[in-house]
Design a protein around this ligand. Sequence first.
Ligand SMILES: [Zn+2]
Length: 311
Amino acid sequence: MTTSIVRYGYAPFMLLGINGTAITLAAVSAPKILLLGVLGVAVVASFAAERLAPYERSWNESQHDSVRDAVHVFVNETLILVSVAIIPILAALRGGHVWWPTSWPLWAQVLISIVVADFGITIVHMLSHRYGWMWRLHAVHHSVTRCYGLNGLMKHPVHQTLEMVGGVAPLIVLGIPTPVASALAVCVAVQLLMQHSNADYRVGRLRYVLALNEGHRFHHLRDAGAGDVNFGLFTLLWDHLAGTFSYDPTRRFTTADLGMAAKPDYPTRYVEQLTTPFRAAGACGPMGPLPRKPWRARFSATTPPARADGA
Ligand SMILES: [Zn+2]
């Protein structure tokens, strides 16, 4: 009974309940501390769902990574909050005409911001699997050996900044109002919690449209080229268009499937993960073009497309 409630109630609770509450609070210009409170509820719900209805029970156990991941989350969430806080300053510097539809209902404005941010962040993510200097930074995120909620913010802060620039810069140019950006920040955090969640929640055929955990586990496959799929943050729209969508409903994942085959001993301590991208050990060669593989053919292929770094 409890499992069924989590399985089918978790996604509506997070996507509609948490995000809806954040949008409502932003619409009435509620104190920012309340938005942080909503975020706190989302984190607690994420951990609870993973324990009540786990996809892989062992992924709920720390692999000597809990404290490190908590530091990653603190640093990167702070970066997100700072980026929202400086939006009025950036808007003042930008000046000029505002293209943003400020007369629309706030929920519609947030939806637009999600579409724009999804495009920008997904493109940066795709490029991070294409260019060696970006992959060095992004490799930190791909060193995970389990998928659970906090993995979403387990990133090198420089790479997190690159993704934020890709997602937020277009919004600044368009003139996004701060309340919309505040609600968007909560939506991004909720999405990251859900995308990497170890909760065995279900969304039916929406798994082909929304970039949630069922599809994102394929992105963390360890073998060469196999993980160059499902790059989207909010949606899989750009993956369908780029031919990088992949899904197999029969596929099960364990720790042995995750990580980077070419770098099985990637540093696990926080400070080492910050410095490795700038050291020889974090090097990798230039990569080939992103694969264009229709999802139907993907799992009938015998040889996955090679990535020069073998990761
Ligand atoms: Zn990636």
